[in-house]
Design a protein around this ligand. Structure first.
Ligand code: XMP
Length: 323
């Protein structure tokens, strides 16, 4: 019968057999799937695994620390963190078009990740043969069930590497659904904040700033988002909502009054939704008291924000994210 204990035991044995005395690399995104996949492989092969985390500077408050400190403490995994914030901010400077932002973030991410891979291979030698991926069962079905190798072009010349690096894939979550992955993660002792994490887009807060992305705007949005998350959690609503994007309308200003002064600040949008699979969604009917608390705190605590608005659009016609 299906138990998380069986799944873990089976996978650990299979991974050991597959990897032998070779080495593996795994990219961590901060999300559930890559974290659980990495933890499983770590349990199987220990220090033969090296994880890579690209800090693009677009994460929410505390998320990078969760990976760097809590995840490492819980698993003992070997982690290479690449601080690429400056690089991403530079590449994004002056860009406000949503698709352009996505392209830039995706491109920079691959470059930074491949550079890190190349450094690990230069360091550890050709024994690095495997790439761990957090592919789930629904992903397998969607893509027609293929498995095998990943071809990763190297654009960097680190110590005489071949132009094309071919990795064999380790995909220990291929038979699992999301809720099963969370159970396995819990059994492996991963932090609750990672195991129960709601969906968060790869491009991060970069696509939650309407307007161009700057460090200042990111910091402001991080504060507002942290307050919203804190109050939703405190109200016990994390399981009722699918996710709640918090969006900064950086190119919009409106007049306000605070103390005895006039303000001219930015609006923050709350976008709480309920959904089964993110293909369609309904706006969440959050309790007024919770909305009031979030609104009061954000306008009091976040400099330059003088208005909080609620998005009451379903998907379709609105997407969950604003960009
Ligand atoms: P939309 O905005 O299309 O979002 O209704 C549907 C779900 O997908 C997430 N999302 C992304 N996830 N990379 C991701 O990994 C992305 O580029 C991306 N864009 C949107 C979004 O948060 C929602 O859960």
């Amino acid at each position: 019968s299906w138990t998380t204990g069986n799944v873990i035991e089976e996978q650990v044995a299979a991974i050991r057999e597959q990897v032998g005395d070779k080495r593996a690399i795994c990219g961590l995104s901060g999300g559930v799937d890559s974290a659980v996949a990495a933890a499983l492989v770590q349990k199987a092969i220990g220090s033969q695994l090296t994880c890579v985390y690209v800090d693009h500077g677009l994460m929410r408050k505390g998320e990078t620390e969760q990976v760097e400190k809590d995840f490492v403490a819980a698993t003992g995994v070997q982690l290479k963190v690449v601080d690429a914030e400056e690089r991403f901010l530079k590449a994004l400077a002056g860009v406000s078009d949503p698709e352009e932002k996505r392209k830039i973030i995706g491109r920079e991410f691959i470059r930074v990740f491949e550079q890190a891979q190349a450094e690990i291979i230069a360091d550890q030698g050709p024994a690095v043969e495997f790439l761990v991926q957090g592919t789930l069962y629904p992903d397998v079905v969607e893509s027609g069930g293929g498995t095998g190798t990943a071809n990763i072009k190297s654009h960097h010349n680190v110590g005489g590497l071949p132009e094309d690096l071919e990795f064999k894939l380790i995909e220990p979550l291929r038979k699992l659904f999301k809720d099963e992955v969370r159970m396995v993660g819990q059994e492996l002792g991963l932090p609750e904040e990672i195991v129960q994490r709601q969906p968060f887009p790869g491009p991060g807060l970069g696509i939650r700033i309407v307007g161009d992305v700057t460090k200042e705007r990111l910091d402001l949005l991080r504060e507002a988002d942290a307050i919203a998350r804190e109050e939703l959690t405190a109200a016990g609503l994390d399981r009722d909502i699918w996710q709640c994007p918090v969006v900064l309308l950086a190119d919009v200003r409106s007049v306000g009054v605070q103390g005895d002064g006039r303000t001219y600040g930015h609006p923050i949008v709350l976008r709480p939704v309920s959904s089964e699979d993110a293909m369609t969604a309904d706006w969440s009917r959050l309790p007024y008291e919770v909305l009031a608390k979030i609104s009061t705190r954000i306008t009091n605590e976040v400099r330059d924000v003088n208005r909080v608005v609620l998005d009451v659009t379903s998907k379709p016609p609105g997407t969950i994210e604003w960009e």
